[in-house]
Design a protein around this ligand. Structure first.
Ligand code: ATP
Ligand code: MG
Length: 441
């Protein structure tokens, strides 16, 4: 046998439910359910779908995310296009590409734009549960809108998703909120922060020392237990915000209060990209160990101009789909049944034409039908076909036996209610009894 090749480390296949998985990653039925739910929820907020390429010029991310961010410093899959020498990067996040597309197509010409996208992102990280090198995000962005109402809308979209998926806010996922203010407010805070950390330089770890002058805000995000006390005493950005920034934040909070959405203000919430200002938020869970952030976002009013567009405000979030589905799995939330309604059993020697005609008629009525397929050894025994039917999760077996066909009929056998009850139905008009096979609403 030829040598077998495996997927790239940290990049996963999303397998159908019927394929046994060694690593218990969410199966494709869960993904489909999630994506259908996303479509429904985003439509209910009037958002449109936008798809951008997964490869972009490297400069887009370097300029967009900031040179001293984790992503740009060490997580990007960058390469030189051997055809023409272009420097390219597999997108590590979605916002920069969306902003690039919006500028390129002058998409804000007619007013604001509300869009969403789902797709793979790439980061060269140490693979572990909930952290992969190819992962997927739902990304939602509202561009050209400055008000706190839209910040709140972002948070509410996420809540609507939780509700549709059966996650309980406050219990399964919690909202954390902060304001990063405006650049000049951040500069004043940054100076105070550097002074604070410089005064305690001996307590800084290597990473924090490196960041002290390049990106001191990120020190607040450190998970090193030895530095927590020092971080706790650090000057808080909230204390440096002017009246406008504070008013914006209070308006967001007021909307959340009004709709009964509980949150905690986390002054240490800074997010990983440099483009954020004003509101930032994360939805977190305690169920996934240290990979607890399911969804994160915020306002990025400076990014469009920074990437060469006409200045326009914007706000958005990214949601990690693998983490979310791992959470759904861990909580054993009920998910819709992806099994077929019917498994069609076709004894060897059965003429195939009436089988196909009947099954096509049932499918046209919305019945999910899985037909037993012939292998290299033919159709196989009734016994082995019944085993397949049971394994498929179908609620009914349709049996195209010779007796039945001779009478112009087919047997319908119940597989899941334990009764084994069976009855005959006419092949002449499958549309008349198709509804009896539909187990789901
Ligand atoms: P973390 O702090 O966990 O590294 P992040 O701040 O880098 O997350 P974002 O850039 O905000 O993450 O991306 C939004 C969401 O995408 C995260 O909240 C998370 O759910 C998901 N995500 C980010 N990186 C990964 C990854 N390597 N594998 C799987 N999901 C990821
Ligand atoms: Mg990260």
């Amino acid at each position: 046998m030829a040598e077998k090749l495996n997927a790239v480390k940290g990049m996963n296949d999303i397998l159908p439910p019927s394929v046994p998985r060694t690593e218990k990653l969410p199966d494709s039925a869960l993904w489909q359910w999630f994506e259908e739910t996303v479509r429904k929820v985003l439509a209910s907020y009037g958002y449109q779908n936008l798809l951008t390429p997964i490869v972009e010029p490297t400069a887009l991310f370097v300029r967009g995310l900031g040179e001293v961010t984790d992503i740009v410093e060490k997580e990007m899959y960058s390469f030189v296009d051997s055809m023409n020498g272009d420097r390219l990067t597999l997108r590590p996040e979605a916002t920069a590409g969306i902003v690039r597309a919006v500028i390129e197509h002058n998409a804000l010409y007619n007013g604001p734009l509300r869009v969403w996208t789902v797709g793979p992102m790439f980061r060269h990280e140490r693979p572990q549960k909930g952290r992969y090198r190819q992962f997927h995000q739902l990304d939602v962005e509202a561009l050209g809108l400055a008000g706190p109402d839209v910040d709140a809308e972002m948070i509410l979209i996420a809540r609507a998703l939780w509700r549709e998926l059966g996650l309980i806010e406050g219990q399964h996922v919690r909202l954390e909120l902060n304001s990063l203010g405006q650049p000049q407010e951040r500069r004043a805070h940054r100076e105070a922060l550097v002074r604070h950390f410089e005064a305690h330089a001996a307590q800084l770890d290597e990473e924090a020392t490196r960041r002290l002058h390049s990106n001191p805000l990120r020190i607040l995000d450190s998970k090193n237990p030895a530095m927590q006390a020092l971080i706790e005493q650090a000057p808080k950005l909230m204390d440096f915000l002017g009246t406008e920034s504070l008013a914006h934040f209070q308006s967001v909070c007021a909307v959340l209060d009004a709709v009964g959405l509980a949150y905690s203000v986390n002054p240490r919430l800074v997010r990983g990209m440099d483009y954020y200002n004003l509101t930032v938020f994360e939805w977190v869970t305690d169920q996934l160990g240290s990979q607890g952030t399911v969804c994160g976002g915020g306002r990025y009013d400076g990014l469009i101009e920074q990437l060469g567009g006409k200045s326009a405000p914007a706000v958005g979030f990214g949601l990690g789909i693998e983490r979310l589905l791992l959470l759904v799995q861990a909580l054993r939330l009920p998910v819709p049944d992806a099994a077929p309604d019917v498994y069609a059993i076709v004894p060897p020697g059965t003429p195939l034409a009436p089988v196909a005609a009947t099954l096509e008629a049932l499918r046209a009525q919305g019945v999910r039908v899985l037909q037993h397929g012939a292998g290299a050894e033919g159709l196989g025994s009734m016994k082995s076909q019944f085993k397949k039917a049971d394994g498929s999760g179908a609620a009914y077996a349709l049996i195209f036996g010779a007796d039945e066909l001779a009478a112009g009929e087919v047997t319908v056998k119940s597989l899941r209610d334990g009764s084994g009850a069976q009855q005959r139905q006419s092949l002449a008009a499958p549309a008349g009894w198709a509804h009896t096979l539909q187990s789901r609403a």
